[in-house]
Design a protein around this ligand. Structure first.
Ligand SMILES: *Cc1c(COP(=O)(O)O)cnc(C)c1O
Length: 389
């Protein structure tokens, strides 16, 4: 008999009942060090007092009104995002997938309105992950994600990861946009070099294409800058965000320049829940905390420490860990045993990591993880490694 919850997930047998900072407490009382942060969602850890406060205060006032009316928390968060980024305007969603949907619609509408209706195609890199909707799976092109779900939404193509020459070859008079994760998350923590990011921007400029950055996972301070594209000094035209921005409350957004967004006029898009008062009240507080330069410089310091500890770990257990990659606190440990076995062994040693493609385990801790917990992470991962001796 089918489970009451549709069985699409491969779940551990853990049930967490409470969270405190970088720690998760299991129903049986065991404490787990959370290096996954709900897949880069709990950017400020669990039960952050300021987030609890803003959420409960908003809960006592107003939960939801619909986008038929002004939502002051939404306007405030949009203003802050516009101030902090390349963007001139913001649309709020409940997830990264919905942000992907709008990014695709926005890019196509931009060319439609400029009289270039034939420009509908979006090029991405293989290994990409942009969500599980019809557009999201088409944008990834991954056989695993699209198999059985045809007909697949048209107007997408992929070139091999970081293959700039391939990208040049794929651009044609039907191309509308290039969609990239500056750092692939699900794909196994692969960062585009600054040079590749610059080349991609250059190609967009030369061919009059829109650059769509998917920063759902790598954005919101994860790499030590507010957004990952800032490292390369290139600006996208459209950016998808989600995960970290809500700190655990479902919230996503599409940020865009005025030009890129120019086709999205009244009636062209909408969402019942997107940008509701609860989500935006929390998102506003998350952004205030993370966008503070002192907070970001701490993320960089902690990232340096974490990387150093993980390098020591690899040196100590070269038969278990192969190398480390990634930027800031978006790290991938390439494993020699099966990554899912390493994640599973982590559970036995009360440390939570997240598997990714290429036999990698992801280390995506809360951005405010303490130095003490970073050292604890090394200890626990060393115990995990010992179990493979
Ligand atoms: C998680 C993720 C998405 C999808 O976001 P959901 O909130 O799961 O819909 C899209 N792009 C990237 C890069 C992601 O990591």
């Amino acid at each position: 008999m089918i489970a009451s919850v549709l069985p699409t997930y491969s779940r551990s047998d853990l049930t967490f009942e409470k969270g405190e900072g970088s720690w998760l407490i299991e129903a049986d009382g065991r404490r787990f060090l959370d290096l996954g942060a709900g897949i880069a969602v709990n950017a400020l850890g669990h039960a952050h007092p300021e987030l609890v406060k803003v959420l409960t205060m908003q809960a006592e006032k107003l939960w939801h009104t619909s986008n038929l009316h002004n939502i002051s928390q939404q306007t405030m968060l949009a203003d802050k995002l516009v101030d902090a980024t390349f963007a001139d305007t913001v649309f709020f969603t409940n997830s990264g997938t919905e942000a992907c949907e709008l990014a695709v619609k926005m890019a196509r509408k931009y060319f439609f309105e400029s009289g270039q209706e034939e420009r509908v195609e979006i090029i991405s890199f293989s290994g990409a992950f942009h969500g599980r909707s019809a557009a999201g799976i088409a944008a990834s092109g991954s056989e695993k994600m699209i198999r059985g779900f045809g007909p697949i939404l048209g107007g997408f193509c992929q070139v091999p990861w970081d293959d700039i020459e391939g990208l040049v070859g794929a651009i044609c008079d039907r191309t509308a946009a290039i969609m990239v994760e500056p750092i692939q998350g699900e794909g196994g923590i692969h960062a585009l070099s600054d040079q590749s990011m610059k080349k991609i921007r250059e190609l967009c400029d030369v061919h009059d294409l829109l650059l769509i950055a998917d920063e759902v996972q790598c954005g919101m301070g994860r790499t030590g800058r507010l957004f990952a594209h800032e490292w390369a000094g290139v600006l996208p035209d459209i950016m998808m965000i989600a995960k970290g921005i809500g700190g655990g409350f479902p919230l996503g957004a599409v940020l865009a320049t005025e030009a890129a967004a120019s086709g999205m006029t009244v009636g062209t898009h909408g969402s019942t829940y997107g940008g509701n008062p609860l989500a935006c009240a929390v998102g506003g507080k998350v952004l205030d905390i993370i966008s503070n330069p002192e907070f970001l410089s701490e993320v960089n310091r902690k990232a340096g420490l974490f990387r150093q500890r993980l390098e020591a770990l690899i040196a100590g257990y070269p038969h278990v860990f192969k190398d480390i990659r990634g930027v800031g606190l978006m790290l991938g440990l390439a494993c020699r045993p099966k990554n899912s076995d390493v994640v599973e062994a982590g559970y036995a040693h009360q440390v939570v990591t997240v598997p990714a493609a290429d036999n990698v385990i992801r280390i995506l801790p809360p951005l405010n993880i303490s130095d003490e917990d970073i050292h604890e992470a090394e200890t626990r991962l060393a115990n995990v490694a010992e179990s493979f001796a």
